[in-house]
Design a binder for this molecule. Structure first.
Ligand code: ASP
Length: 337
């Protein structure tokens, strides 16, 4: 059987960083040699792979819409020539990028697997080696035809993942959806509800910068301070509410502001500050009012998935009502309806 061909997109991140006087910085020169020196990437059963390095290489804290477009274009331009794609990326914003790409790569029918490392490849005990080798194997298996995020033995759905630890090797979790696969002695794949099915030919939807934001509710929040931002500046807001979507009710100013924001065209999506579980607007009196004034129930979406979805939907040119409708629907397995 012909060997599978995988394109490795190297965007930067700890995995390829080297020590410098300023701390760890991405390095392109040594990265190719470091990769070439990993024996597992040259076994007869390893897929063929090619490396495409981005310029400049970035700490993922500097990755946003432009770089998501750059990744999307690299995949779209090489879509026919490769069986799958592995995106090497910093861990800090990997869940945002994986979520964004899951929407942008419309009718995706090939694996796109994000991975990275907590310890650079140039250091002893780097987790990068096994993350790359497994991500490549998963991409070559062709079993998961969506955007995934592989880390520490688990393949998560990209738009369900969130970074959970800054110092453990298990840096990511998928609190509201089971993992897509586990890399144990064997690769085990699990059928996960909501796997997106292509409905037409693959296409890339590029994104545009959008005035969107995240507001985390906290006890004693003075909503008035946020009024101009919510009502005049933003087109979309992810409201990180308490528990199942609750907000303080004693100070009613938020409701007034949200009402005003909605009437001036802002789409407000309510997600939960709880890592696990879902929003259910209307369960408590403190959340019912939110629904009444037009806020969207974000169900069990992560903030990463909700924020990038807003950017995607606005970039498609949808109006407020259409964005509101789509925000509450499952597009790529990012929420349980
Ligand atoms: N700051 C780094 C980055 O996100 C952290 C990492 O890669 O783990 O690029």
């Amino acid at each position: 059987m012909a060997k599978k061909k995988i394109l490795l997109l190297y965007t930067g991140g700890t995995i390829g960083m080297v020590r410098s006087e300023k701390g760890y910085v991405p390095d392109g020169q040594s990265f190719r040699e470091t990769l070439e020196a990993i024996p597992d990437l040259h076994y007869p059963e390893s897929p063929d792979w090619e490396l495409l390095s981005f310029s400049p290489l970035l700490d993922s804290c500097d990755i946003a819409v432009n770089e998501w477009n750059q990744m999307g274009r690299a995949i779209a331009e090489n879509y026919a020539a490769y069986d799958g794609f592995v995106v090497l990326h910093g861990t800090d914003t990997m869940a945002y990028s994986a979520s964004a790409l899951s929407y942008m790569l419309e009718n995706l029918d090939k694996p796109v697997i994000f991975t990275g490392a907590q310890i650079p490849l140039c250091e002893l005990r780097s987790d990068g080696r096994s993350n790359i080798v497994n991500a490549l194997a998963l991409a070559a298996s062709g079993r998961v035809r969506e955007v995934g995020l592989y880390f520490d033995g688990k393949l998560l759905r990209g738009n369900r993942s969130t970074k959970r630890s800054s110092d453990q090797l298990a840096a990511f979790e998928s609190p509201n959806a089971p993992c897509l696969a586990e890399a144990g002695i064997r690769m085990r794949f699990f059928p996960v509800p909501g796997s997106p099915e292509p409905e037409g030919p693959f296409r890339l939807q590029e994104l545009e910068e959008q005035p969107v934001g995240v507001l985390k509710i906290f006890p004693g929040i003075q909503f008035e301070i946020f009024e101009p931002i919510l009502t005049e500046k933003l087109r979309g807001v992810v409201l990180e509410a308490f528990g199942s979507g609750n907000i303080p009710s004693a100070r009613s100013s938020l409701l007034h502001i949200i009402d005003k924001a909605y009437r001036s065209g802002t789409v407000i999506t309510v997600c939960s500050q709880c890592v696990q579980g879902e929003v259910s607007l209307g369960t408590y009196a403190t959340s019912q009012a939110l629904r009444r004034i037009g806020a969207v129930d974000g169900h069990d979406m992560t903030t990463e998935a909700a924020l990038t979805k807003l950017i995607y939907l606005f970039s498609k040119g949808l109006d407020q009502e259409q964005v509101k409708f789509q925000m509450g629907r499952d597009l790529r397995g990012e929420l349980t309806e």
